[in-house]
Design a protein around this ligand. Structure first.
Ligand code: ADP
Ligand code: MG
Length: 201
């Protein structure tokens, strides 16, 4: 088995994240938790590339629709449809508009539990209900209710892979193998080495 420290995840700063000048803030949060940046680029993506990105997981349509319905019901509200796939079809069209409205930054971060740690830093999909202390909870105030009323995607600044399998597919979707750099970070000794020694002179 590969060591924990080798796990990788894909993170994208969405167009609103760049327009809100949050690139530095976002990178800072990934750096300070101990993850290592192993790939980074700015892209003006096509609508096709975005649709492919979101449908790499064949279950994404169903899961996203169900998640949206559940979120409405939790708040005592009537969802726009009871059919998850109908909901996702609209979300996907709106997402393509949103994600191609300006440049995005794609990054690959590596380290122990990179996928789950990254989702914890990012917070839940809907900024209105995502936790304080997360990127989505701290820097934006959008809700499903507001984005649906205005017929657009919810603006939540950032994308992060949802599982290790999703991360593997998404990294391949956005990066050539040669664009992912394998290197040592000095602080990794403190994070991962079995023995901490050689500090005192
Ligand atoms: P996450 O980005 O947290 O993994 P999903 O994979 O479920 O969330 O959805 C992808 C993106 O689609 C979200 O980040 C958001 O921008 C948009 N989105 C998801 N659900 C909705 C919704 N109900 N209404 C508007 N936009 C949505
Ligand atoms: Mg997702």
């Amino acid at each position: 088995m590969e060591h924990f420290s080798k796990e990788k995840t894909l993170v994208m700063v969405k167009p609103d994240g760049i327009q809100r000048t949050l690139v530095g803030e976002i990178i800072k949060r990934y750096e300070r938790v101990g993850l290592k940046l192993v790939g980074l680029k700015m892209i003006a993506p096509s609508k096709e590339k975005i649709e492919e990105h979101y449908t790499l997981d064949p279950e994404w349509r169903r899961i996203t629709g169900e998640k949206t319905i559940e979120s409405y019901k939790k708040k005592g509200l009537q969802p726009p449809s009871e059919n998850p796939l109908e909901i996702t079809a609209i979300i996907l069209e709106n997402l393509k508009k949103y994600m191609t409205s300006g440049p995005v930054i794609a990054m690959v971060w590596q380290g122990a539990h990179a996928v789950k740690i990254s989702r914890k830093i990012v917070g839940g999909t809907e900024p209105f209900t995502s936790d304080v202390g997360t990127i989505r909870g701290d820097f934006v105030l959008d809700s499903y209710q507001m984005s649906d009323a205005d017929g657009r995607a919810v603006r939540n600044l950032i994308h992060a892979s949802g599982s290790v399998e999703e991360a593997e597919k998404e990294i391949k979707h956005w990066f050539e193998e040669s664009e992912i750099i394998s290197y040592r970070l000095v602080q990794e000794q403190m994070l991962y080495d079995v023995n901490i020694d050689g500090i005192f002179e």
